[in-house]
Design a protein around this ligand. Structure first.
Ligand code: AMP
Length: 174
């Protein structure tokens, strides 16, 4: 079995979390397995080993779990993109639509420099609204988003279309 197949098998489906009708993809069995966690991080690292990535930006909160390990391995800086109100210094922020209502994410104004090559990471691509807002923040600050990477893509939600034409990669697709 390939490591991608093993990761796919380990992801746990939790029905009706956090609310009725949502099938939640629980990645904690992947995080808790030494070989699978390492394999997941290495999938991202090996894609970008020679890409000259200067910063890895990752999205609150499960994006941090992979983004920090990937940044360390790539010898890149780490940029946390957080839910609005969590970052202490001046921020750029971006609102985006949820199924019901809106949400807002933020990044420190000096988190990336114009022209910096940034890899954006989150755990899961659903409708794409969160990653699109994160990419827009990085682009507002003048960074180049080299690729947006996810451990999991829910392809039937067509989040990829929202992120086009930015390069997208997902390790495991449902
Ligand atoms: P979206 O903006 O719709 O692409 O949603 C992506 C964000 O919501 C990611 O940060 C995911 O962690 C989370 N998310 C959305 N749907 C799910 C799901 N079915 N299972 C686990 N996480 C999800």
């Amino acid at each position: 079995m390939s490591s991608i197949e093993a990761i796919k098998k380990a992801v746990r489906d939790v029905p009706d979390f956090p609310k009725p009708g949502i099938l939640f993809k629980d990645i904690t069995p992947v995080l808790g397995d030494p070989a699978l966690f390492r394999a997941a991080v290495d999938i991202f690292v090996s894609r970008h080993a020679k890409a000259g990535i200067q910063k890895v930006a990752c999205i609150d909160a499960r994006g941090f779990l992979f983004g920090s390990a990937v940044a360390y391995a790539l010898k890149a800086g780490l940029v946390p993109i957080r839910k609005k109100g969590k970052l202490p210094y001046q921020t750029l922020s971006q609102a985006y639509a949820l199924e019901y209502g809106t949400a807002e994410i933020a990044m420190h104004i000096d988190a990336v420099k114009p022209g910096e090559k940034v890899l954006l990471i989150d755990d899961l691509l659903a409708t794409g609204g969160t990653a699109q807002a994160a990419a827009m923040l990085l682009e507002k600050a003048g960074a180049t988003v080299v690729e947006i990477d996810f451990l999991i893509e829910l392809a039937f939600l067509k989040g990829r279309d929202k992120l086009a034409p930015r390069p997208i990669f997902a390790a495991v697709v449902y």
